[in-house]
Design a protein around this ligand. Structure first.
Ligand code: TMP
Length: 213
């Protein structure tokens, strides 16, 4: 398999990762490098349907944690097979707004799910496709919840099923991400309270270094 560059963005709600993912896509476009920007959940047509279930506040307290974890794996499997792998094979840069580390942080840490029970599914879905770079945009939980509440107010939208979770859930998710960042060599942690431009500059310099290797 001819492999392009696989870059993913991770972080808690409102950390600014989607903004940074878009800026990075523009950065590659300006350089004339083929790149796609995609997301989880919802990077494919089938994934969009799965996403509707996953973020729907109507299912808060109903969707079983294992069902939730399996739906994320179903979305990821479709995403990998239909979009990520074919583009990496064509030597594209694939930028994904979230990937499997979100499952570890949200489902295993956030939900306190015993992920060893469904680890074989995780392994078979991801099948060794690890990101070359993971940008973890880190903010504290208070800033996160302030940002999502403000966004919902300004845009007159409902909070998602996860945004409605207790502050302790979000703390566990953040701690999960930070723990992963300590263990994994492909992680780069960025302070999400810096300006959008400052964060983008750091991301661009890390990518620049990777491209020159
Ligand atoms: P988004 O708002 O970043 O698009 O993600 C939708 C929600 O899905 C967000 O609250 C985080 C959650 N999520 C998980 O719980 N597990 C996962 O594996 C992924 C990809 C997302």
């Amino acid at each position: 398999m001819k492999k392009g560059l696989f870059i993913t963005f991770e972080g808690i709600e409102g950390c600014g990762k989607s903004t940074q993912a878009k800026l990075l896509k523009n950065y590659f476009e300006k350089k004339g490098i083929d790149a796609i920007l995609t997301l989880e959940p919802g990077g494919t047509k089938i994934g969009q349907r799965i996403r509707e279930i996953l973020v729907n506040p109507e299912f808060k307290g109903i969707l079983h944690p294992i069902t939730e974890a399996l739906l994320y794996q179903a979305d990821r499997n479709q995403h990998l097979k239909e979009k990520i792998i074919p583009h990496l094979e064509k030597n594209f840069v694939v930028i994904s707004d979230r990937y499997q580390y979100s499952t570890v942080a949200y489902q295993c840490f956030g939900r306190n799910l015993d992920c060893s029970k469904i680890e074989w599914i995780f392994k078979n879905v991801v099948n060794g496709i690890e990101p070359d770079i993971v940008f973890l945009i880190d903010i504290d939980v208070e800033t996160s919840l302030n940002r999502v509440n403000k966004r919902a107010e300004n845009e007159k939208i409902e909070l998602s099923r996860f945004e409605l979770e207790h502050v302790n859930f979000h703390k566990r998710v953040r701690d999960g991400f930070l723990k992963l960042a300590k263990e994994k060599e492909n992680f780069f942690v960025l302070n999400g309270k810096q300006s959008i431009e400052e964060i983008h500059k750091k991301i661009a310099s890390i990518v620049e270094e990777k491209l020159s290797v």
